[in-house]
Design a protein around this ligand. Sequence first.
Ligand code: CS2
Length: 486
Amino acid sequence: MARLTSLDALPPTVQKPAYTPAAHGAGIVHIGFGAFHKAHQAVYTDEALAASGGDWRIIGVSLRSPEPAQELTPQGGLFTVIERSASGTQARVIGSVHSALCLSTDRGAVLNALVAPETRIVSLTVTEKGYGVNRSTGGIDPAHPAIKADLADPANPQGVAGLLVWALGQRRKQGTPPFTVLSCDNLPENGALTRSLMIDFARHTAPELIEYIATEVAFPSSMVDRITPARTDATLALVEELIDRHDAAAIECEAFRQWVIEDHFPTGRPYWEAGGAIFAPDITPYEAMKLRMLNGTHSMLAYAGFLCGHKYVRDVMADPELATLVERYLKAAAATLDPLDGVDFEVYARDLAERFRNTHLGHETYQIAMDGSEKMPQRVFAAALVALRRGQSLALFAFATAAWIRYTFGHGDDGSVYVLRDPRQAELAPNHDDQGVATAVDHVLGLPGLCPSELRTNIMWRSLVEDFVARMKSVGVAGAVKEAAR
Ligand code: CS2
């Protein structure tokens, strides 16, 4: 089968860019060129280019993995997104990616792109663990591998903070205005967090840049949302069927998407409104809603569901007891939020449950279960802390926490073992179940920078978490789910 290399003669059912991609230059460097970026910001940018043009195509950069660039380069940047929902499957070819690079293999080209005056935005989807931020101080985590390497050799940067601080230094030297840094990761106040990370990194490596970064560089926060399962061979086969071409870079996702962004782009931006992006002066309420309701529920259902033997989120939703817990978790998380103009949390919760039920997506619980130590604080503990202060029930949050702690034992009730896939795996690993439940709970909740002390030292919280872990051990996770859903 012929490879996707041009927009010519694609089947009429395939949606194509409503503009000529090659007529637009690059204006964005995106770091973390994975499936989520392709399904989200690249689609919004595609629509912005169609609606109002501009030199805003994206140079996609992977920090380590050469595959994304190898897949995309022979296709001239074109790739397919298949959007799957109950109302059907739509294939669309995206033209907004200008080129793709890998830092380890195209180092010179990546550094050039970061200092090029044409680059006015650097956006990021490097996952929670990619930043190297110490969440309790907001500064750098000197033990993070990329931070460590970049502190030792700042002129030869490998990680996010190192690369961006180096590039801003070069731009300042050559009199080029700074780029805007746009974080698109599921972290609270992701703009402010990236800013404080970079200022602290500069403090250690280039103090002359502190003032410049603090006053001249914009770090808008953004809330991003689109469920994007890891690609499988089935994705590629379906794409071939739909577009009648081989596309090595295709991805699949749900039809829903949302993007709420702080409108602070001194060097300009694409007209992302064309794709439905919402610009708001303060996005933190949207972020809290998404992190606590979508992502918090996701983590709860991933740990409990995985340990009950459910491979996909849709299987979890087909299990009546887990579905009941999902519904209750959504309610409990919603109750921790302040009212948000124009948003009905009940409707949002109903829509989320519907999205989780999407039978057309194979979204693995094991994928969501990854990196729990990076996800639990903003998803579950932040909500639990508000619930504690407001005198609301802690039960669902304690259940989610217990399911995560049970997951850190590294084996299911049937003895099957799995790899945790967590950057703090070495610290979590001693947490096996032949020690007492109280010791296991202490060990995980006591890890530095994880569970806020107000929550950790609360006796009610502790005993709820311990009781759930104990039940999971004595009657099995499925048994504990059944009891909790009663
Ligand atoms: C998920 C998210 O893997 C995970 O942890 O909760 O990736 C989730 O699918 C996205 O945030 C949806 O926008």
